[in-house]
Design a protein around this ligand. Structure first.
Ligand code: ADP
Ligand code: MG
Length: 654
């Protein structure tokens, strides 16, 4: 057995760095936190080569005395806590005294600083500098400096090849850095932030007067439009912030930010509260946009549980969960959101504008109806190009067209019999839904002459037995030779659309359709970057996006197949952006698959959409084709089968 020995300091620091400094963005995080603790009002971040070559963070904060500077690189050296009790009430971002020592152990670090109190206005002398690398700290020297501190880190991971190997492309690292800046910039909205990469400014956040303003500067106006304010309720735990209406929820969770006393945290319980508040108001696979700021007595929370402090431990976590949930429920109740639970045809009145000028997005009302109509059209169009359903063994008598008075049974009237379907290609529809006849039992808008059907229930004389039944506008139940099938309409349609998209991509027939009016879109810097990076991939999908001002793009062309299905172009592009920005893969084939899935999901009929008997038949006709692929792109099954044997067993007939 080798002897036990005490490790040299620089090795200890290197080990600590292993925990805290995962990538350049971790350095940016630590340096920004130090600047915020020094009460900076302006923080400039300059990086080169994704931070690999250089990271320099300059602040206009309090600065350091030469004595403090001499200690700053020493391990466990901090000005933020002094005694054990202090650890129970952390009010600063830092307190471990480890960051500078760790970073300097795996890079060439340099600090230049000048204290605020000693700097006569406008003068730029009286500063000090020091440098450190691999545990060697050079003596402090006087030098000219502006008030505040600049920490410059060069050649990060130069002596830790294993870490360096895991670094991704510069742009990916830059994405992580912008994310760290967002996490600091949201709670510190009064502080100005700037980011440049290889000398090019890529983000410039002026001091903002509100979180809303800051969020708009960070993520673009479009994301913040319609956000609902979360208002603190009286009590010891204060929760405020901004959340989206359920209808504006996103395809990814990356727009969810939770801050505790100004610190970005991840907390399963709080994420749960967020999900819980929206439960039943939206598709559970979507994520509301949320920026939540929780203020709590620092004595009620332990922030010393995780080296990067991203996790915390609450003294009373249930109380915090309860307060977050209550505040969110208040917000959603105030916004007068009506869950589309009945899935009936009645659109709600538009939501009222919020008291403080924030308007609730056009959530429950016209948007839903408009969307529903465009989806209906989409589905109709989809089936125009689908192979004509053939009579099948499992429901041989299923009629292919319906006479009007025979259709008021369990499913509603078809809009347009399949045999009348016009041949492809379709006229461009690009986001402007054509008027489509109202469905179900509502009188038709397009065909006022159509007699109004009976109020409800199957037609007393309905002569044709139904072989497929739509249940809760989400599932289709039909008989099969050996029992019955329950089909998830969204999953099945999504699978079929996905197959079609793949086929067309392979044959090169996945063409784009020019939009009559290009769709403008505000994008965050990371998204703009993703658009540039993946331009070629997007072209393959028939998508053309061009820059349009500093933080905007315009969608000029998108897949004809989706245009024909009435998928709104703006919504579509949002979805794509969320995916692109979220997806870190460099494997473009995988990304392509991912995007195809997103497209298919977007274009497919949703749960909650009433289908006509024709649509149901058409879906079922292509069921087996989909089944060969066995599951919808997200891996969910499209069909459940209950065999007669199983039924007999359940009914105890055997
Ligand atoms: P911690 O932040 O946990 O105290 P660090 O290693 O990050 O530990 O920093 C060590 C000390 O250096 C801090 O406590 C602070 O006194 C000083 N310091 C670091 N960065 C700055 C800065 N930008 N401005 C002023 N002081 C700083
Ligand atoms: Mg620190």
């Amino acid at each position: 057995m080798p002897q036990i020995r005490i490790l040299p300091t620089h090795l200890v620091n290197k080990i600590a760095a292993g925990e805290v400094i995962e990538r350049p963005a971790s350095v940016v995080k630590e340096l920004i936190e130090n600047a915020l603790d020094a009460e900076a009002t302006r923080i400039d971040v300059a990086v080169e080569d994704g931070g690999r070559k250089l990271i320099a963070v300059t602040d206009d904060g309090a600065g350091m005395s030469p004595e403090d500077l001499a200690l700053a690189f020493a391990p466990h050296a901090t000005s933020k806590i002094a005694a054990e009790d202090d650890l129970e009430r952390i009010e600063t971002m830092g307190f471990r005294g480890e960051a500078l020592a760790s970073i300097a152990s795996i890079s060439h670090a340099h600090v230049r600083t000048r204290r605020r109190s000693e700097a006569p206005a406008g003068q730029s002398e009286g500063g000090y500098e020091a440098e450190a690398s691999e545990g060697r700290i050079a003596p402090v020297r006087p030098c000219p400096a502006a008030t505040g501190t600049t920490v410059t880190i060069r050649d990060l991971f130069f002596n830790t090849p294993a870490r360096r190997k895991f670094l991704r492309a510069a742009n990916t690292e830059l994405g992580h850095i912008t994310e760290q800046i967002a996490r600091a910039a949201l709670p510190y909205s009064h502080v100005a932030f700037r980011l440049s990469h290889n000398g090019r400014e890529i983000q410039n956040l002026p001091p903002a007067s509100s979180t809303l303003q800051r969020a708009a500067d960070l993520f673009g106006q479009e994301l913040v439009e319609g956000l609902l304010p979360v208002r603190p309720r009286p009590g010891g735990i204060l929760v405020n912030g901004l959340v989206s209406a359920p209808s504006a929820a996103r395809a990814s969770g990356k727009w969810q930010y939770i801050f505790l006393n100004g610190r970005y945290i991840r907390d399963r319980l709080l994420s749960h509260a967020l999900r819980e508040a929206y439960r039943g108001l939206m598709d559970p696979n979507r994520w509301p946009v949320a920026m939540l700021f929780i203020r709590i007595d620092p004595g009620q929370v332990d922030v010393n549980v995780h080296p990067t402090k991203i996790e915390v431990r609450f003294r009373d976590s249930q109380a915090v969960h309860g307060e977050v949930l209550a505040a969110l429920r208040d917000t959603l109740n105030r916004a007068n959101l009506t869950p589309d639970a009945s899935l009936e045809e009645t659109p709600e009145a538009p939501a009222k504008p919020q008291a403080d000028g924030l308007e609730a997005q056009e959530e429950a009302g016209p948007q839903t109806e408009e969307r529903r109509q465009s989806l209906r059209q989409a589905l109709a169009d989809f089936f125009k190009s689908a192979p004509r359903p053939q009579p099948r063994l499992s429901f041989p008598e299923a009629p292919r067209t319906w006479k009007k008075d025979q259709t008021q049974g369990l499913v509603s009237e078809p809009r347009r019999p399949l045999h009348q379907a016009p041949p492809e290609p379709q006229a461009p529809r690009t986001g402007i839904p054509e008027p489509v006849p109202a469905r179900g039992f509502a009188p038709s808008l397009a065909d006022p002459a159509r007699p109004e059907p009976p109020a409800a229930g199957p037609h007393p004389m309905a002569p044709l037995p139904r072989r497929a039944l739509q249940v809760h506008n989400a599932y289709i139940v039909t008989s099969a030779e050996d029992g019955l099938l329950i089909v998830d309409q969204h999953a099945l349609h999504e699978r079929l659309v996905y197959n079609d998209l793949k086929r067309r991509l392979a044959d090169g027939t996945l063409t784009g359709q020019k939009l009559l009016i290009p769709e403008p879109l505000d994008v965050a810097p990371a998204e703009a970057d993703a658009l540039h990076r993946h331009a070629e991939l997007l072209t393959r999908l028939g998508i053309e996006v061009v820059p349009f001002g500093p933080a905007s793009f315009a969608l000029q062309q998108f897949p004809a197949m989706l245009a024909q299905r009435g998928v709104p172009p703006g919504e579509f592009l949002r979805e794509i952006l969320d995916r692109l920005a979220e997806d870190e893969t460099t494997d473009s084939e995988r990304l392509l698959e991912d995007l195809l899935e997103a497209l298919a999901c977007k274009a497919a009929v949703k749960a909650g959409e009433p289908l006509t008997s024709e649509e149901i038949d058409a879906l079922l006709a292509r069921r087996e084709e989909a089944e060969k692929g066995s599951a919808c792109p997200h891996g969910r099954p499209t069909t459940l089968r209950l065999t007669l044997k199983e039924l007999q067993k359940q009914f105890k007939r055997t």
